[in-house]
Design a binder for this molecule. Structure first.
Ligand code: HEM
Length: 380
């Protein structure tokens, strides 16, 4: 909203110290969970608050194959990039370097110096990924001169290239972005869903009963089966409410005269929208801390699309996740595939209540304790 803001106060917030600003709130045990620190501070300062950061403003492989199946109708896992590294290790290396804490997180003015070399390492790894996709898929199909028609995304992109609507470099960048944006978000959503289901065995039984009733003796789940699995899709939605992979959405204020909740927000401010807190707001969600997929059943239930601002795990507005349609198919498909005809047990001696649902802020919101579960083929 743009209105005259000269008379409005700035939002309240914790007092910032010179140089470090409010960074002290984000170090120590809370530093690993900025979404939770922000939620706690909002309890003191209200829903619109300010703080000064420093001086300036083993599902991965499956996910990668599901994605490469949609993109290229081929599996990428096990393929080697230049230098002999397996493809999946290269993607993991990019994510690991990206999410490693960096001194410039607390002191952004040091970012251009790249003191820990993280930016250089990430750039090199992304360049290798780009090179691999270009050689392995784009070059192969362009040089082969064959007609690629397998009903995948590569078909669509090559057709647009043939009409000079996309350059070769744009095609490769597009596929590089998709691998980087998909692998972690989709993988962690499935991991959280499994952790929540293993902790809430009654919900696990409901999902498996739905799979058995809808798919019967069919061995593999297909995308078209998803329409018959409303409870499973509700499990994914409830998982994204409780544990949105990207819990904090940044927005820069680039014009004067912006106000929010009755406070003036100066140009240059970075606004963080806390999706994690919104998804657990007791004013909107009954029993907000509980895992209740049933709340997403029925016509009136919240959805990713539309104007329901209480439920936005894919963000909103112009910067909203462009992969929404892409993500909302593979994630339930992957979850259904690992649950159908497979019974999952906790390791020996572990009870459902022992499943640790503590989260840890990284590039995506990770489980603080990695999930361990044992698959057992269920008896027909
Ligand atoms: C469960 C899966 C996913 C979730 C929860 C998710 C969530 C998000 C969120 C919250 C944002 C920031 C939106 C905003 O600032 O308003 C985002 C951005 C983005 N997502 Fe996703 N995403 C998922 C999967 C994907 C997939 C599969 C793709 C690609 C096919 C993708 C591509 C992107 C891209 C390119 C951006 C940056 C958009 C921009 O900055 O303009 N995402 N995603």
């Amino acid at each position: 909203m743009t209105v005259p803001t000269a008379s409005l106060p700035l939002p309240p917030g914790p007092v910032g110290l010179p140089l470090v600003g409010s960074a002290l709130h984000f170090i120590g045990p809370f530093g690993r969970n900025p979404h939770a620190v922000l939620t706690r501070l909002a309890g003191t300062y209200g829903p619109v608050m300010s703080f000064r950061p420093g001086m300036a403003g083993d599902f991965v492989a499956v996910v990668l194959n599901v994605v490469s199946g949609i993109l290229f109708s081929e599996d990428v896992v096990g393929m080697r990039v230049r230098g002999g590294l397996p493809f999946e290790d290269l993607v993991a290396a990019v994510h690991a370097d990206w999410s490693r804490p960096n001194v410039s997180d607390a002191f952004p003015f040091l970012a251009p110096l790249d003191l820990l070399g993280a930016r250089r390492r990430v750039s090199r790894a992304v360049a290798r990924l780009y090179e691999f996709l270009d050689d392995e898929f784009i070059e192969r199909w362009l040089a082969g001169g064959e007609n690629h028609s397998r009903g995948d995304l590569l078909d669509v992109v090559l057709a647009r290239h043939a009409k000079a609507e996309l350059t070769r470099s744009e095609m490769t960048k597009f596929f590089t972005d998709i691998f980087l944006a998909t692998s972690n978000t989709s993988r962690i959503t499935v991991e959280w869903a499994m952790a929540l289901l293993l902790k809430h065995q009654d919900k696990m039984e409901k999902v498996q009963a739905e799979l058995a009733a809808s798919l019967g003796s069919k061995d593999f789940v297909e995308e078209r089966d998803l329409d018959k699995l409303p409870y499973l899709r509700a499990v994914v939605k409830e998982t994204l409410r409780l544990q949105p992979p990207a819990p904090l959405l940044p927005r820069m204020v680039v014009a004067d005269g912006v106000s929010l909740g009755g406070f003036s927000v100066p140009t240059g401010t970075c606004i963080l929208v806390n999706l994690w807190a919104i998804g657990r707001d007791p004013a909107v969600w009954p029993r907000p801390e509980e895992f209740v997929p049933e709340r997403f059943l029925g016509d009136e239930a919240a959805d990713f699309r539309g104007m329901d601002f209480a439920y936005k795990p894919f963000g909103a507005g112009r910067r909203m996740c462009p992969g929404l349609d892409f993500a909302t198919r593979p994630v339930p498909l992957l979850l259904a595939s690992i649950l159908h005809k497979v019974e999952w047990r906790l390791p020996d001696g572990m009870a459902p209540e022992d499943v640790d649902l503590t989260d840890r802020y990284s590039m995506v919101l990770e489980l603080a304790t990695p999930l361990r579960a044992v698959p057992v083929a269920s008896t027909p």
